[in-house]
Design a protein around this ligand. Sequence first.
Ligand code: PLP
Length: 438
Amino acid sequence: MHRTDLAALDRAHIIHPYLPSSATERVIMVEGEGSRLRDSHGREYLDATGGLWLAQVGHGRAELADVARDQMARLEYFTSFWEFSNDRAVELAERLVSISPEPLDHVYYTSGGSEGNEAAIKMARYYHHRRGESSRTWILGRHRAYHGIAYGGGSVTGFDLYHDGFGPMMPHVAHLTPPWPYRAELFDGRDCTDFCIAELEETIDRIGAQNIAAMIGEPIMGVAGMVVPPDDYWPRVAEVLRRNGILLVLDEVVTAYGRVGTWFAADHFGVRPDIVVTAKGITSGYLPLGAVLVADHVATELGRDHGFPMGYTYNGHPTACAVALANLDIIDREGLVERAPKIGDFLAAELRRALADVPLVGEVRNVGMMLGVELVADPTTREPLPGIQHIADTIRAEHGVIVRDAATALVLSPALTLGEAEATRIAESIAEVLSRTT
Ligand code: PLP
């Protein structure tokens, strides 16, 4: 097919999420290698978002294609995962348990992050149900959280955009204040963590601990703009939840598999969650796969009687699991977990240098290779800058550098293999556009 027809066909036939049908532009990607991409017109791009925050090992690894091919030729997939298993799923589970924080000894496979959060919510409620505490149905989340777009996780997601117009969301969800030190106005002049802990305790008192199943949170809030909590936030939250018999579910769909400089962000923040939801970086996006890691005490309850009544067609897909194993091998072999904070801090330093004189920049923040550039209309009032999607579009159109806008920030999450020269180019491209934005 002639490449120039692709954009017209795309407009005619594809419903893209978050894209009005009136939008005329389509960038149709056809090739990638490392952090480089090429579109259907032969234009080159530098991928500063690592796909959708997941390309740990970068694009175009033929090694992963070979693994998928070999696995498909041997056994591509076989039927339900309830009474059958497969060698790749078992090997991957052993591997995940070996790198995951204690006490996560069990794995439930999904095809992605939204499915994983659905599973985690049902696991939490079912765990309490099996223990004779069926009243524990409430789920605590945070405003500006993102837990995917399915019904349960989407209800815990804390943005109106994902709720409005879809009818009633899942009941028994409460949203708390996000731990976002830069937005001091959220905390009534108090310390961010102190405020959040007091609010958590008040909420537990109001709803009743006996009615609450779990709290779900992203260790670092991605869609909110890579919002990094104070170091004492997660340990203190975990302590309050434990004291009240409420499960801690970390949504590590973005943060897991090396992106923050440890295999899991739970290790970075020193917390022991009951359930961890992962996806994305588990395969670096080469195939869809998610893994929900579950602590022994929860898995024991789920395994009783007839087992956990929630199965997907693609639980434990052998080809996706084989690719995940090979992807984890590359991360290990190339030392990418250790590399993430080094190159992430280098990129953050380059951004701070290049943006030092740009008044629109409120702060540059990062943990490893999750970075946010907070944009403000006025540095004194910290009022968010409107229209930042246009800025991301301009950086792509004029510099060929792909960044995303997320809430009030430009967000970056490149491949963990990003080179220093590429990091400098990303920083200077962003600075050039921001320096002439008013
Ligand atoms: N949870 C978090 C923290 C995410 O960032 C995402 C996607 O970006 C999801 C869940 C949803 O994952 P998926 O898009 O694979 O369903």
